[in-house]
Write a protein that binds this ligand. Structure first.
Ligand code: COA
Length: 378
């Protein structure tokens, strides 16, 4: 086998069919079950999109009511999960907390070994419902704050914000958060989804697959990039007293210097999209609303300055993690909590793929070309 036949990183390799989503880099489009993600973000709640990803169709009124009832009944943090989190040091990364929480939920789930469609759907809904409590509880314990109980008079996004901050969230913030959750929900065979499918292909259980997927998402080349974007902003220096223009000048200079040092800048570039990420314009519009809501034009200056300098130097476009980082920052989330929010959203896509994999399974086991020592005597 020649080196050119090896597809490092599986780049360009099509490994299976999926009916969950379609990424088309040529038209810069992303469809969930056939619907453009931009339209879903404009017209739907995250709960409706979750239902769509699992069932293939949007819910009618009765289906939605029943689904919302189940989701709201599962929002409380189980005592066993809470005590497992309490055992973890505050120095543990929130993604490690998240991964551990899902693992504990699996170990305690009565249906853990049942991978029938009904059991997998029930487990997916349980995870979807419980994840905001995990993320919110972990951020609050780091801040020395008490747990905030869920409210069943609020939709998913409003309740997520309520449990994290203990305050009624503004409607604009709920809307922007909802948009981010929809945009993060699904993206075909990305690294974490593929990880979930590999684990599922061994006939392991749904919680094991999600636990592994969280590990894959943590890396800065994948989900960890939203957190890394904020570290870049912090390194440049966030100065609320600055004008948009002043911040842009400093950000441009920072980027030029970083690129001269051949640094990789998180939040830019994509394996599939080479002319821009289809989700960015929608999230950028949500970020613009957050910047106006919180009155922080200097953050837009940093955003624009980095983007312009990258475009001029390398024509590499931002990915979804670029606008979500500062948006979550403005909403009040601590930077290490950003990727766990991504987990709470992507749980929907991962579990839809897990169910699809179970439905037409074949063990995923690629080959390798050996380049180690020739056979020798011991
Ligand atoms: N900053 C600087 N240069 C970048 C870059 C970035 N974010 N992304 C790509 N490049 C450059 C590479 O240095 C490389 O340049 P070279 O050919 O001169 O060596 C070229 O663009 C191709 O990059 P490569 O890493 O091979 O592309 P890929 O398709 O394998 O990578 C990513 C895709 C996402 C891994 C890559 O763009 C990246 O690391 N981005 C930052 C992490 C990130 O934001 N991840 C979230 C993705 S949604």
């Amino acid at each position: 086998m020649t080196e050119s036949e090896i597809r490092k990183g599986l780049a360009g390799v099509v490994v299976d069919y999926t009916a969950v989503s379609k990424v088309n880099p040529d038209t810069n489009s992303l469809l969930y079950r056939g619907y453009p993600v931009q339209e879903l973000a404009a017209k739907c709640s995250f709960e409706e999109v979750a239902y769509l990803l699992w069932h293939g169709e949007l819910p009618d009124e009765t289906q939605f009511r029943k689904f919302v009832e189940t989701e709201r009944a599962g929002r409380t943090l189980a005592p066993v999960v809470r005590s497992a989190i309490d055992e973890l040091p505050l120095s543990a990364h929130p993604m490690d907390v998240c991964r551990t929480a899902v693992s504990v939920m699996g170990a305690c789930h009565p249906l853990v070994e049942d991978s029938s469609p009904a059991a997998n759907l029930a487990k997916a809904i349980d995870l979807f419902a419980a994840m905001p409590a995990v993320v919110a509880y972990d951020q609050r314990r780091r801040r020395g704050q008490d747990v905030v109980e869920p409210r069943d008079d609020l939709g998913y996004s409003a309740n997520f914000l309520w449990m994290t901050f203990g305050e009624d969230p503004a409607a604009e913030v709920v809307e922007a958060f909802n948009v981010s959750m929809i945009l993060y929900a699904e993206h075909s065979f990305n690294a974490s989804t593929f990880t979930a499918r590999v684990v599922t292909s061994t006939l392991s259980d749904l919680h094991s697959a999600v636990t592994a997927a969280i590990g894959a998402l943590k890396g800065p080349l994948h989900g960890g990039a939203n957190e890394a974007v904020m570290h870049t902003f912090d390194e440049i220096g966030i100065r609320p007293e600055e004008t948009l223009e002043e911040a842009a000048v400093r950000a441009k200079a920072w980027m030029e210097d970083a690129l001269a040092q051949k640094k990789k800048i998180m939040g830019f570039g994509h394996r599939v999209y080479k002319r821009g990420d289809s989700r960015v314009p929608t999230m950028k519009a949500a970020l613009d609303k957050m910047i106006a809501h919180y009155g922080r034009p200097e953050l837009l200056g940093l955003y624009n300055g980095l983007e312009q300098a990258m475009d001029e130097a390398k024509a590499i476009k931002p990915n979804l993690d670029y606008p979500t980082g500062p948006a979550y920052h403005l909403m009040g989330f601590d930077t290490p909590t950003f990727t766990p929010i991504f987990v709470a959203s992507r749980i929907t896509g991962w579990t839809a793929h897990i169910m699809e994999q179970v439905g037409s399974n074949s063990l995923i086991r690629p080959l390798s070309a050996y380049n180690g020592k020739e056979q020798r005597a011991l």
